[in-house]
Write a protein that binds this ligand. Sequence first.
Ligand code: ADP
Ligand code: GLC
Length: 481
Amino acid sequence: MKNILFAASEGVPFIKTGGLADVVGSLPKCVDKQYFDVRVILPKYACMKQEWKDKMTYVNHFYMDFNWKSEYVGIMEAVVDGVHYYFIDSEYYFSGSKVYSDDPLWEIERYAYFSKAVLSALPVIGFKPDVVHCHDWQTGLIPVYLKERFHDGDFFRNMKSVITIHNLKFQGKWSTETVKSITGLPDSYFTPDKLEAYKDANLLKGGIVYADAVTTVSDTYAEEIKTEFYGEGLDGLLRARSNDLRGIVNGIDYTDFNPTTDKHIVKPYDAVNFRKEKVKNKRALQKELGLKEDDKKMMIGIVSRLTDQKGFDLIAYVMDELCQDDVQIVVLGTGEERYENMFRHFDWKYGDKVSANIYYSEALSHKIYAACDAFLMPSLFEPCGLSQLMSLRYGTIPIVRETGGLKDTVEPYNEYESKGTGFSFTNYNAHEMLNTIRYAEQIYYDKKREWNKIVDRAMAADFSWNVSAKKYQEMYDWLIG
Ligand code: ADP
Ligand code: GLC
């Protein structure tokens, strides 16, 4: 049996702000239990739902030297769906009302604490991973601490680390002197071949330099981040590490996201009866959101963090034009105020066509995936993207820009060969996007049989973890040797 520990800042069902949580919560369930014992460690946030906190039980606690203080580290645990979770408990660091704060320095201190606490907790728990699998910048210091501090004695000897980049945009950067002081790492670690990047200390960079392997969440993104445009300043390092860098495309949880059994939706349906049944979900959602009740109207969904990454400036630019078309647009998301207000504005202006839901709701997200005809995701960059996979699963046709994981998971419709699972465009250009949406409208309204065949293919595509979990297993085997 090989032991794997996932360390991350979020994971379903305990806490989620985006796709990282979906991956951390679903992948461990799909790794072969005969050969791997995959456990997960997360911070215990005060803002977790009580229902999940109630599942945790106390394991132990200790005090750890950190940032010139002796800090309390509590350890909790829970088992959900056969997966063993641990939690690092610290009222000081994890008591905010939101998962992430807006203060970058505080974020660095919190996750540096978490990273050190994870390694310090392992001997106390008695779980000895062969591989610590880190996710994003928040856990970037784990590979560093593992090399620098936690190597004496039997327990940590030969322990390997992997870091998966879910989003290169966020790196955890701050002045070198401050990070040195917080982390307690020696001067020699803060050089341009180690943690330093452009004079600052960079936690993600530390992870990439010191991890034994580096992965990201799609093949195309793995290539893109070696270029200046997508590389966020680390393209040079990623080119240098290209032998140890691989892309493994994300899957989604096929139990949680299943139109046949979904408890959140009014009318379950499947790949055989969607032609009759799926529309009942549209009808219900139109009613719920106060949109014009009309089975025939093409409904386009958006479920997203409202940030630049997702291409909302393109949408803002042509939204008025788009609203002249015979479509309904349903948005669910939170994020940058200007995008929240943009959608509120269009909801006010085109009340029976546009519904802006500026909040977070698991239930409404499922209803949107099920009810809509198409799903819009014109991202500027997209490491993988899970929303388009959820849409495919529900026979809701993605309209995407060809970047990162969107390019790898959505096959563009080809009317001559009767192929494809969605619609896509290449350039980051608002009218190119609008033309693509209009092409989709044309197929939807004028060639319904063709549209339904696209839905057939979308629902037949397999983005469960089957294939990708095996790729992670191969990587663990290769690392452990
Ligand atoms: P990212 O991780 O960049 O935000 P992904 O497409 O990988 O993008 O994952 C986004 C996940 O978050 C999906 O599961 C999506 O359904 C969910 N999500 C985003 N915004 C909301 C929201 N406001 N309410 C409910 N779920 C949301
Ligand atoms: C990040 C990316 C998204 C990806 C998710 C899970 O948040 O933005 O593209 O799907 O992580 O890997």
